[in-house]
Design a protein around this ligand. Structure first.
Ligand SMILES: *Cc1c(COP(=O)(O)O)cnc(C)c1O
Length: 444
């Protein structure tokens, strides 16, 4: 059957294209920029939200309570006093590199938020994923282990609590990095943990998890099947907690804490964000929880002075399709004949989170898509210019300033690329990524 006459919900694909002409470009896997007509002034957007600033503060306090625990079990967090946080980096050479390569004029300041170098699991998932496991552990320890919020949480590494946690199991479906975060954190606390991995998950991630005592179940299919199986396994088992990447407000809030920390880093660097000097943030997007949570936190911090964009691969544009049509998780990229095959494994998601799409609908300035070859080329450029090595997914943000500059006069202000993963990629894998970048560099 011709794809155009295929029915998606109440319309044929042809009718969808008629209603939203950009869908045609998206189906052709062109790079697109979509500016969000539903963006509201922050004061109005605030009234539409289901989560609050107090929810973020609650998450922030919980992470603070765990600082002494982290210092005890993950010594690499000691320097930051038990905080799992990443550097903010000013990319002077990359700014020149982008300007030269793409022939655009970029604003004066280009920053990179190096979540690629977060301790423990080396990706943005070390925020939300770890936070959700901590929330679970705290709840169990208070209910059954006599823990009090005022205790020194370093005691959670004691045998007593490990034994308590070992009665419980954690399950999650993942394309890789979420499994890594949840797996490492759960195993460390003493939970039994099963990670359901989709076909696009990298072998080394599975190996690393197994080496830490995590049960890895592999699937031939994509991410949604892995998630479904994880969910089913957990159902009906009161001792099993399923971490639901698509609908978890806990994950979302774990990510959102990044914003207050970023503000502190900006303050320390003497960078003031205001109407004259707004902040533009480019966030690689898979199912949406990570970038959505961060954007939510950023809007709470900076209101109308921050502009957030989701960045997706042209092969997996689930969030842009969901937000643009207003159908969110009711539609998938497959409905429009898009294959969801991308080297950006962290972003290989065919159906966005409905919760995140709706919660951030009035907060986001827009979405854009990036070709895989472009991710590779940007990987090489960043490595050459700054000696920073990221995984392909994490480069989706790096094209944001260029896309914006091409579509209009790029606004002045601070442009921040959220680099979401990569420091744990084995050297030989990274070499392959770099070589893929070399191969396409001239054209992309
Ligand atoms: C998971 C992931 C993202 C996106 O996060 P979502 O919550 O799936 O939208 C971006 N980059 C990397 C490297 C990731 O692992």
């Amino acid at each position: 059957m011709d794809i155009l006459s295929k029915k998606v919900l109440d319309k044929t694909v042809a009718e969808w294209i008629n209603a939203f002409p950009l869908i045609k470009d998206i189906m052709n896997e062109n790079e697109v920029l979509w500016t969000n007509p539903a963006l509201l002034p922050f004061d109005d957007a605030l009234k539409t939200l289901t989560l609050t600033k107090e929810d973020i503060d609650d998450a922030s306090r919980r992470l603070d309570r765990f600082r002494s625990y982290f210092k005890r079990v993950f010594p690499e967090t000691a320097e930051a006093d038990g905080l799992i946080e990443s550097p903010l980096y000013e990319a002077l050479e990359m700014r020149h590199g982008l300007t030269e390569k793409y022939g655009v004029t970029l604003p004066s300041q280009l920053l990179i938020k190096l979540d690629s170098h977060l301790p423990i699991s080396g990706s943005i998932k070390a925020r939300g994923g770890i936070y959700e496991v901590l929330t679970l552990a705290e709840r169990i320890a208070i209910a059954e282990g006599g823990l009090k919020e005022t205790d020194d949480y370093a005691i959670l590494a004691d045998e007593k609590y490990k034994r308590l946690f070992s009665k419980y199991s954690v399950a999650v479906g993942s394309t890789g990095n979420l499994g890594l975060s949840i797996g490492i954190m759960s195993a460390k606390l003493g939970f039994r943990v099963t990670v359901h991995m989709s076909a696009d998950a990298r072998e080394w991630k599975k190996d690393m998890l197994r080496s830490k005592g995590v049960t890895v179940v592999e699937y031939e299919n994509d991410y949604s099947v892995a998630v479904e199986n994880g969910r089913r396994e957990a159902e009906g088992d009161p001792f099993c907690h399923f971490i639901d990447d698509e609908n978890s407000t806990t994950l979302f809030l774990g990510y959102s804490v990044a914003a207050e920390r970023l503000r502190r880093q900006l303050d320390n660097a003497g960078i003031i964000i205001n109407e004259e000097n707004p902040l533009y943030v480019y966030l690689p997007c898979g199912v949406g929880g990570g970038p959505g949570g961060v954007a939510f936190g950023l809007k709470m911090q900076f209101g109308d002075n921050v502009h957030c964009f989701y960045a997706e691969p042209t092969h997996s544009p689930c969030m842009i399709l969901g937000m643009l049509t207003g159908e969110h998780n009711k539609i998938s990229v497959g409905d429009f004949g898009i294959d969801n095959r991308t080297i950006a494994d962290g972003l290989a998601v065919g159906r966005a989170s409905g919760f995140v799409g709706k919660e951030t609908l009035h907060l986001m300035d827009g979405c854009y898509t990036v070709k895989d070859e472009r991710l590779s080329a940007l990987l090489k450029l960043l490595a050459d210019k700054e000696d920073i090595y990221l995984e392909p997914s994490a480069l989706a943000g790096a094209f944001g300033p260029v896309i914006l500059a091409r579509s209009a006069d790029i606004p002045q202000g601070v442009h921040l690329v959220w680099a979401t993963g990569g420091s744990m990629v084995p050297k030989d894998e990274m070499k392959k990524y770099y070589m893929a970048g070399e191969a396409v560099y001239g054209k992309y």
